[in-house]
Ligand binder design. Structure first.
Ligand code: PLP
Length: 391
């Protein structure tokens, strides 16, 4: 029997990531020592007290049942974290919803809020699930170009009125993936006014809220007056506390919107493993000194990569945030040619920019998920590669 994916699944963009993974494997099979800078999974460990908590509760056989929802303690911990880190007050029961990673919530967004014919505004380039969740739900997409000339912010005034009349939701992420740009308060204020005027639910993905460099301000969308009336914000323990494999995150903000997501979740999952919830609670209420150290370490890696690439004449913009460098590639290549050849010939794995949308063409995403020395080794391999294969 030939089992064929639905049209919806076939139109999703995951195939590029698969191709990167396949080429990586092939290179390894050929005996290459591949430096993998393709996947945004942190290589740093979680704080030791987080691991200790997880182990302690995992040893208790009474903690293996369904949890169904976030514990009250976890909800309180999110409120504490948001107050401490971003100066935002949240109501623990109504304005916090626990997720199995923010991906869990992002993938169900359009199913929860969108009917056929409704439009969703998404960034291009953007994190793939923003588009894919809309495709899966049968909604319509309108891409908001993020270009360097406009500091990677969408031009809201250029979205046509007839699209706005049918738009129910917009997705933003600052700092984002792959575009690592930050938004300022003035932009977010404009978004709140725009959303009110056109009755649009704003979804802000703040997964990289704690990887912001060079003393730039960490601005939660929820700290903008009126934001809770129009929006929700996703956050995660994956990057902040290096708990990506634990699958725990949350969404905060508009109580009505969270209620809708929560009722959908009631049908699709039965909650996060209790020991993981406990570990996450400890992480969110810690003294946060580990966060500062971590930011410094990512800054060191970023600087090593940027200056290493500059030695080959490849000038790349310094990321103000996140664990990525969004690098415009040298001329003469497409993103895919460049990324795939780089894996095949140099054993350095990065993601071609068009995996994130049409406007990602001409870029690659490089993840800072290896120690400085390994990034320096990647730079020397890239140096050789450019010398041998560039026009
Ligand atoms: C921008 C962005 N949002 C959300 C996620 C999902 O993270 P998680 O489901 O681990 O919370 C990622 C993961 O890489 C991401 O890059």
């Amino acid at each position: 029997m030939n089992v064929v994916a639905s049209n919806k699944v076939q139109s999703m963009t995951a195939s590029i990531f698969q191709e990167v993974a396949d080429r990586k494997l092939e290179a390894i099979k050929r005996g290459m020592n591949v430096i993998d800078l393709s996947v945004g999974s942190p290589d740093f460990p979680p704080p030791s007290y987080v691991v200790d908590t997880l182990v302690k509760y995992a040893m208790d056989p009474t903690k293996y049942g369904y949890t169904l929802r976030g514990t009250a303690e976890f909800h309180e911990a999110v409120c504490y974290f948001y107050k401490q880190r971003y100066g935002v007050d949240l109501e623990p029961e109504e304005e916090v919803l626990q997720l199995m990673g923010s991906q869990d919530g992002l993938s169900h967004l359009a199913t929860a809020f969108i009917n056929p014919g409704d439009y969703v505004l998404v960034p291009d380039p953007g994190y793939p699930i923003y588009e894919e969740n809309v495709i899966l739900a049968g909604g319509n997409l309108y891409s908001m170009p993020l270009v360097e000339e406009n500091q990677f912010l969408p031009k809201l005034d250029e979205i046509p009125e007839d699209i706005l009349a049918k738009t129910k939701m917009m997705i933003l992420s600052y700092p984002g993936n792959p575009v690592t740009a930050l938004a300022d308060r003035a932009f977010f204020e404009k978004v709140v006014a725009f959303a009110k005027k056109h009755t649009i639910l704003v979804v802000h993905d703040f997964a990289y809220s704690e990887l912001i460099f060079d003393g730039n301000p960490q601005i939660s969308f929820m700290s903008i007056p009126g934001a809770k009336e129009v929006g929700i914000e996703f956050n995660s323990l994956s990057k902040t506390f290096n708990m990506a494999g634990c699958r725990i995150g949350y969404v905060v903000g508009n109580a009505q919107a969270l209620g809708v997501l929560s009722s959908l979740k009631g049908h699709v999952d039965y909650g996060v493993f209790f020991p993981i919830q406990k570990a996450a609670t400890v992480a969110l209420t810690s003294d946060f000194s580990a966060l500062q150290t971590q930011v410094k370490e990512y800054e060191v890696r970023r600087d090593a990569l940027i200056s290493g690439l500059a030695k080959s004449g490849w000038q790349v913009v310094k990321s103000p945030a996140t664990m990525f460098v969004w690098a415009k590639i040298p001329s003469g290549w497409t993103s895919r040619q460049f990324a795939f050849e780089l894996i095949d010939k140099a054993g350095v794995a990065v993601v071609p920019g068009d995996a994130f949308g049409k406007l990602g063409e001409g870029y690659v995403r490089i993840a800072l998920v290896q120690p400085k020395e390994r990034l320096e080794e990647a730079c020397s391999r890239i140096h050789e590669f450019l010398f041998q294969y560039s026009e």
